[in-house]
Design a protein. Structure first.
Length: 93
């Protein structure tokens, strides 16, 4: 049996080589991008994430400053009203 199949090994080897070459060619054709492009995309996505985080941080800081300013204004108004009420009560009492 081994002797009978010995004549077919060139066909088998040829079919294997053709399959290997076709697989490699299809892999290259359908590869989405090179490793360098992939690393560039990852780097760009990471930078976009950093930029987004910085922008959100700045937005939060602006809102916090606005909240502090509003609270300060409210406290000052309450203090002024309390001072006026105290002064009026003192003078009328």
């Amino acid at each position: 049996m081994l002797l009978r199949n010995r004549n077919q090994w060139p066909k088998i080897a040829s079919a294997f080589a053709i399959g290997l070459a076709a697989g490699a060619a299809l892999g290259l054709l359908f590869a989405p991008q090179t490793g360098e492009d992939t690393r560039g995309n990852i780097r760009d996505a990471a930078q976009d994430g950093v930029n987004e985080a910085v922008a959100r941080g700045r937005s939060v800081a602006r809102r916090a400053r606005k909240g502090v300013e509003d609270a300060r204004d409210f406290v000052n108004e309450v203090a002024d009203s309390a001072g006026s009420a105290f002064h009026d009560a003192r003078n009328n009492g």
